[in-house]
Ligand binder design. Sequence first.
Ligand code: MG
Length: 446
Amino acid sequence: MIWRGRKRQTTEPESSVEPVNVPGRNEMPVENRAGADTSTGSSEYLSWGARSDVGLVRAHNEDAFLVRSPLFAVCDGMGGHAAGEVASKIAVDTIGANAPDHADDVVLGAAVEAANAAVLEGAAAGQGKPGMGCTATCVLIEKNKMAVAHVGDSRVYLLHDGALVRVTHDHSYVEELVDAGEITADEARIHPSRSIITRALGSDPDMYADHFTLDVSAGDRVVICSDGLSSMVSDKDIEELSVSSATPQAAANNLVSAALTAGGHDNVTVVVVDIVEDGLAEVHRARRRHGIIAFAVAALVALVAVGAGLGAILRSSWYVGNNNGTVGVYRGVNDTLLGFPLYELCDTSSVEVQNLPEAVQHQLDEGIGVPSEEIALNTVEQYRDQITAEQDKAALAATEAQNSADTSQGDQAGSSAPAEAAPAVDAQAAVPQSGQAEQGKQGAGE
Ligand code: MG
């Protein structure tokens, strides 16, 4: 059921001229005003200030507010003849008694609904007047979460990065006209039917509250107010005053002053809460720690992967080299990494390096890479065979020279010096080319 009620009509003029309050004008001072109520304070996470003023037209203040950090509420009473303030007082007390310990908007909404029941029960029990009621708008801020529960046309604004956003939706006739596109928000503030609200506490036992949770962050400013502010001061000026006020209490004072300067047609209540610390710094630090650990793990994994890849390369690489004067077969590469050898000696031989051509000796000192262990072993055997062949050839040449010398002994003795030993193995022939080695391997297999 949609309840429609008109908040208390007063002698206030239904001004056809939009109330104007420009920041910087000579605002009406709020200090030392009779009946005004304030509250200021701070905690580790929040700082707040509040002010409630009867305004310049009403005889008494039917607004009520609750400051019990991290819970903050504003209720705007209606019913006339002081009954509105009874309803709003019952509402803030009930919300305070039923609010959650954490930013749980479902439970906070249930607290508002409990306040609705309490107002109805209070009226039935003779408190206030039958038909009394009120709005209820409350927030509970827990670090970077803000739970909101809301009924009526009191409002919550959020100032973030210098921009003011209204986060609640008025339950009012003029808001419906705005939603339908029939009037603008500024026109709604001066509309003759602006006091008609479509949902409030104290009229319907089945009333339900809007509730939701928003993310907030350090530096944000939350403004909770009755329509005594929002009907007198434009959102643009609320934004400018919220931005320019240094402290939450200064903001509350300046906003109430602006409402009074604009005419103060209604009770005006403003609660301002600054998010000092949103608890995310520790979360960010934890994330950074986790990031560092994750990076270290990733680096270690990468190192292991590189090591594994390097190991695979080394395991599949072969070369023949100088093993302290003889030819050896090595796996890996003839180098070191951080002082650790990147090779291992896999086979030795009796082939002496000094019997190979000098060019080959130098190559062996550097390591002669080959495609496989088999080819490395074949290379060693080729060296052995070539050395043996050269030695046999040299011996044969020496024998032939000796025989020739014996035959021509005598008059040819002076010119028959034995031939010098044949030169060592031809360097080019002794250096196995991989293709040649491969051919040898294939030949061996045939
Ligand atoms: Mg009001």
